[in-house]
Ligand binder design. Structure first.
Ligand SMILES: Cc1cc2nc3c(=O)[nH]c(=O)nc-3n(C[C@H](O)[C@H](O)[C@H](O)COP(=O)(O)OP(=O)(O)OC[C@H]3O[C@@H](n4cnc5c(N)ncnc54)[C@H](O)[C@@H]3O)c2cc1C
Length: 284
């Protein structure tokens, strides 16, 4: 799974690391990185690569994984620049022996201590482009750390572009209230946009300890299916999907139901893809 590294690396210093989810649920940490290079430029919503030092058990080096930049300092100063990422601590189960193994990059980052030096690459382009027409509708569908590109998206259209005329909807699934990243008592900056006339967010939580975020997303869509289905059928609606890759089948399940047949949903989805109105950022 390691890739050959040919890009330049930069050193970043870990300035802060905070767990922002409840101890009963998956660990998600907010990490603030400081890059001591005033020339480093990025936009929120882009991602950086994190390079894990050392070799894995098979001897491969340069294990690199991408993380979306959720926010940053407004502009770089002479001293350098700060940026924030959200990291979910990942584990995977080996199909063969059933044992649980830690994901390399996410565990390296979640275990890192303030002051540690971390190798980064990038920044890399966001797959999400803001439509050129302000009257286009924007439908964001995501789970967990997938909120990172949406947060910057919402901020850009309302702050930098001075508002949006089309409807902007966020359908979001999470495991617990605290896991509703950036929409909870500790981090509520998305709430700033709730008074925007065109913005509305529909959140849902998983209702059983063992069910995943994709189930919560399914609930959030099902509970508001008329809203989602009306919007998705309009010719000027752009769909953005972000988070763990099990969202895709969850979304299909809900939409096949709304469209009556699998074929009609596939046709509509294909039309959106052909017209450049369907973008996704999915990861395992
Ligand atoms: C553009 C982009 C943006 C992203 N943004 C974020 C973000 O903001 N926040 C975030 O938390 N994540 C994000 N991700 C996901 C992130 O890059 C990593 O994929 C994730 O953290 C897991 O990496 P890891 O090194 O911890 O796990 P890895 O060690 O790479 O393992 C990941 C998966 O690989 C499989 N696997 C690995 N090794 C084995 C093995 N030996 N046997 C069987 N299966 C194996 C498992 O399915 C496992 O779940 C993003 C991904 C992309 C592409």
């Amino acid at each position: 799974m390691s890739e050959k590294l040919i890009e330049p690396k930069l050193q970043a210093e870990l300035r802060a690391t905070t767990r922002i989810t409840d101890v009963e649920t998956d660990e998600v940490r907010e990490l603030v990185l400081y890059i001591d290079d005033p020339a480093f430029r990025f936009r929120q919503g882009q991602s950086i690569g994190i390079v894990v030092p050392g070799k894995d058990e098979f001897g491969s080096t340069n294990h690199k994984r991408r993380y979306s930049i959720v926010k940053g300092s407004e502009s770089s100063s002479e001293d350098g620049i700060e940026l924030t990422i959200l990291v979910r601590r990942c584990f995977f189960i080996d199909d063969f022996n059933g044992e649980q193994y830690p994901g390399r990059a996410s565990n390296y980052l979640c275990d890192a201590k303030v002051g540690d030096s971390i190798s980064i690459t990038g920044p890399y382009k966001s797959p999400f482009k803001i439509p050129s027409n302000k009257s286009a509708n924007i439908l964001m569908i995501g789970t967990g750390t997938g909120i990172a590109p949406f947060r910057s998206f919402i901020e850009t259209i309302y702050k930098e572009k001075g508002g949006w005329d089309g409807q902007v909807r966020l359908f979001y699934g999470a495991k617990t209230g605290l896991d509703l990243l950036y929409m909870n008592d500790k981090n509520n900056d998305l709430v700033n946009y709730y008074q925007e006339e065109t913005f509305q967010a529909f959140n849902a939580l998983t209702n059983r300890a063992l069910s995943g975020e994709e189930k919560a997303l399914e609930n959030s869509l099902n509970n508001n299916i008329q809203e989602a289905w009306n919007l998705i059928q309009q010719p000027d609606t752009y769909v953005y999907i972000s988070g763990l890759d099990n969202i895709a089948p969850a979304l299909d399940t809900v939409m096949i139901d709304a469209a009556d047949t699998q074929e009609s949903w596939q046709l509509l989805k294909q039309k959106m893809k052909d017209e450049g109105r369907w973008s996704k950022l999915l990861y395992s």
